[in-house]
Design a protein. Sequence first.
Length: 164
Amino acid sequence: MGACRYNGKSFDWISEEDVTELHYGPSNGVRSIIEDKDGYFWFNSAYRYHVYGSNSQKHTFYSREKSIGNLDGSPNSDFWEYMSIARDNNNELWIATYANGVWRYDGKRTTHYPVQAGGEDITLFSIYKDNNGDLWLGTRDRRVNLMGTHLKDSYSSTGQIQVR
């Protein structure tokens, strides 16, 4: 179905292919929605959306544009779908992938943080920012893990997030 918003009277639907279909088959579904510091909405896809006010005179209530592209920066990969996204207190986006760790987007480039337990990559389902600004990861077979507000500083030297 895609994503929808309630405009005060009815529901407006965004039903673009990137929010309704996986590029390998079944329905993608919108698993995560975040608004960035510039007012763009991200729906776990290769695009970001600008949503206009409900009294807009435009024919459609949104426009879309390519976002950061492939998380790994490779022009030949198709690594742009993700499970969940959160915005930290510095307005940087943190993106949790199913099997490839966490990625931080600072507005210009991405940085990869593998998430491992005992040297093994662990499956991630969600990322969440709490009221203190701490980031949490939701995993499949581990407890929910606090990443902390100083993730950039404390993990930049090792480049990994170790989960116990």
